[in-house]
Design a binder for this molecule. Structure first.
Ligand code: ARG
Length: 258
């Protein structure tokens, strides 16, 4: 009798799992994708890569790039703005792919596949204009603001000795707390650091990550593991580099923060 119950239970669980996966089979296309729509996750609070435009819609380099990639693939692109820390888990369930200035990272690569990299990046350290912080040794024991789940978070947590790490959902909130004196440094990617530096001109300064011996990072698009979209996305990216579209987007969105 117990065996029968176990079998029935197993069958019910399998059926439930199948229904749950029904519209997004692993590695296959989502129902919306089959209708020609690519659902893209981002965290639109990371200028110049993604931010909310005056009309409240996400825009920026990554958004323009993924739209151009979608066009090459014959797909309409729909952007979904969410927390950065939720993006990796959302790929293959809530969204088809994610583009968010996301650094290729071993741990993330256990849950998602990454496209070829489209941009080289580096973490920077942002401090108040009169701060004497200049090296990794100076950061030890300091209060450091980061965006939750980012590589800046990993550096502050794992590499800075005795750091007290304050984690924010949005980078700008970390920067605001730097301006208010609640944290002594913020570790964020170079280009956003330079945008914030000019937004808070005279109050904060962005220090080159080279001074801190941070490692180079590479941004890529995250896709579901084993997705057939991977080669299509890489092909589209290669075409956009060939036909000059990619460089035009760099010039339009990133040039002034390079
Ligand atoms: N490059 C960093 C990382 O991958 C930060 C990315 C943050 N992106 C964003 N859209 N908020 O962890």
């Amino acid at each position: 009798m117990k065996k029968v119950i176990a079998l029935v239970l197993a069958a019910v669980l399998c059926a439930a799992a199948l229904t749950a996966c029904g519209d997004k089979p692993a590695g296959g296309a989502s129902a919306t994708l089959e209708e020609g729509k690519l659902i893209v996750g981002t965290n639109a609070a990371f200028p110049p890569f993604e931010y909310l435009g005056d009309d409240g819609a996400p825009e920026g380099f990554d958004i323009a790039l993924i739209k151009a990639i979608g066009e090459k693939m014959g797909l309409e692109v729909e952007i979904q703005d969410m927390e950065f820390n939720a993006l990796v888990a959302a790929v293959g369930s809530k969204v088809d792919v994610a583009i968010a200035g996301m650094t290729v990272d071993e741990e993330r690569a256990q849950s998602v596949d990454f496209s070829n990299s489209y941009y080289e990046a580096l973490q920077y350290v942002v401090v108040s204009a009169d701060s004497e912080i200049a090296t990794m040794a100076d950061l030890a024991g300091k209060t450091i603001g980061v965006q939750l789940g980012t590589t800046g978070d990993f550096i502050a947590t794992d590499d800075v000795e005795n750091a007290q790490v304050s984690r924010y959902d949005k980078m700008v909130d970390a920067v605001n707390d730097l301006v208010n004196g609640r944290v002594e440094a913020v570790i964020i990617d170079k280009n956003p650091a330079l945008v914030f530096e000019s937004n808070f001109a005279g109050q904060i300064k962005a220090l080159d990550g080279v001074q801190f011996e941070f490692e180079k990072e590479y941004y890529a698009i995250a896709l579901p593991k084993g997705s057939e979209l991977l080669t299509q996305v890489n092909d589209a990216l290669a075409k956009l580099k060939e036909d000059g579209t990619f460089d035009a987007l760099v010039a339009e969105y990133i040039e002034e923060t390079k």
